[in-house]
Design a protein around this ligand. Sequence first.
Ligand code: RUQ
Ligand code: CUA
Ligand code: CA
Length: 651
Amino acid sequence: MMDHKETDISGTPVLPDQGRRNFLETTAKATLAGAGLAMGLAACKSDKPAATAPAKAAEGDGARAVAPGEFDVHPGKLDSYYIFSSAGHNGEVRIYGLPSGRTLKRIPVFNLDPMVGWGITNESKKIMGTKPDGTLKYTTGDTHHVHGSYTDGTYDSKYLWTNDKLNGRIARIRMDRMECDAITEIPNVQGFHGIFPDKRDPVDSNINHTTRVFCGAEFHSPQPNDGRDVNDPTKWFALFTCVDAESMDVRWQVKVDGNMDLVATSYDGKLAATNQYNTENGYLLADMMSAERDACVFFNIERVEAAIKAGKSFTIGDSKVPVVDGTHAANQDPKTALTCYVPVPKNPHGVNLSPDGKYFVCSGKLSPTATVIATELVHKWFAGELKDPRDAVVAEPEIGLGPLHTAFDGRGNAYTSLFLDSQIVKWNVEKAIAQYKGDKSVQPVVDRIDVHYQPGHTYASMGETKEADGKFLNAGNKFSKDRFLPVGPLHVETEQLIDITGDKMRLIHDHTAYPEPHDAIIVRADVVKTKQVSDMNDFPNAVKSMDDNRVERHGNKVFVYMTSQAPNYGLAEIKVKHGDEVTITVTNHDKVEDLTHGFGIEKYNVNFIINPQETHSVTFKADKPGAFWIYCTHFCHALHLEMRSRFIVEK
Ligand code: RUQ
Ligand code: CUA
Ligand code: CA
């Protein structure tokens, strides 16, 4: 184990070295023993890679420490970057500012959010998806990855996409409003984990922006999942999915051997890649770990789409989505193959593309290595000019224990999170390639930094674009242990910001995150363009004039149209009859930026907001007679508390 000194940003030791290492030992052992992996880890440890540079005990030396205030964002000053982060099993997407770590927004997506009324208003329910009776089909989700749309190899600030691992859905967020505007349920997948937009059209290279989003499914399932084969997991399989970026319809799917985990795409639009940890098609843990090598599978998008055009597809169950066969058996000839399975060491996690587009990096998880696969050589294999897919591997440096995800600085360096070593390791890609070619004098690993504790994803500023700027790296750590004030059994997560401008990484600060973010992207602030006041015309059900405030009855359906303008609602009283179905539509006529109103009805469980010039509606049953106050829940005016109306339900 490394000999490190724990320091705070001023260089003061904060934790005895042994304490931290004891914790790591315990956690690592507990984690792995549970998974039956203790043996594997012991083996890893005993052949601790010789090529690994010792960690420098320099974190605390004055030269490297971040000076107090060096990265402060002073009161009233703005951050220079946005972080768009997944929220895990909370089901939302979050926005932070960097370098401050300030939380800027939480965007409800697959979850309910009474603050904005997500899952309460008719408009949000329509996006989330309802059952025939009008209630929500799902109220939970699990977002792991957030990626933005591209134009010319960098973010265009149009869309973000995120996955729902729990219920197999993909969601889109429109970035002008930073709100979810579409959710699609993907047929016949479980464990939808990796997601990545393409960057260029595979055929028409003039289309130099995102048109497709690719989705990997981690879990095998019966096909279709209608009760057949439930007791025979050997018949189950997993599908790779392409979703249209604009319509959000599912375009096609590919049947694969093994499973899919993370996803990455090439800059030329021709390849999508996904790492596979279960090439064994195992349904028990031991089976999933039985092979020495798993794979990173590459999809030839142009060929997949040509095969579908040529009618070489089938459908599964009720789904109309064309599916093509991407299994080994069906893809023996590289020149016509839809898929290329590149072997990589045991149970990889993560696949990331370097900003120059040249290399895909997969990490080993159960191997202390990162595997570098050359994009060019994958193309060569598809052209029939490379014999063995494994020959597309150009480097496999030993970098440390439990490597997961890799980020890039645009200067040729890679930064991989090491879950077991609890570090970020910096290594040089060209050096790793030279070493793989046989140069024993090179040392690919150039720096390491301890993080607190046990990082999952790590990602760099603009690191997934051609504009990777090598300024900041964030480590999203899975355990916070002693980093923050204790708050009971559930710990907050530690996000750590690291300065990567110099040769040595420097820890800038910790910020907290409510459990549990997975991945994120760091986007330059000037790239992101949002609208602060909406256009009333974008809301088809807007109550456009103050004169339109009214109550309309059609049988036992009552439609209430009203406006809000600080500090008044357009109607002081709404009268309905017990048993009526009531739809209330509210348009906020205030035009002032930041002047949001709320709309809550006592005892009726109704609660939502209306931003300036926006319209939202709710539908519910007037199921109890009485008088109920409607009040503004969002502070808007000196007379905010007086902003009320009466909801009268007559017997
Ligand atoms: S995962 S800790 Cu859900 Cu992106 Cu790798
Ligand atoms: Cu309107 Cu508070
Ligand atoms: Ca495996």
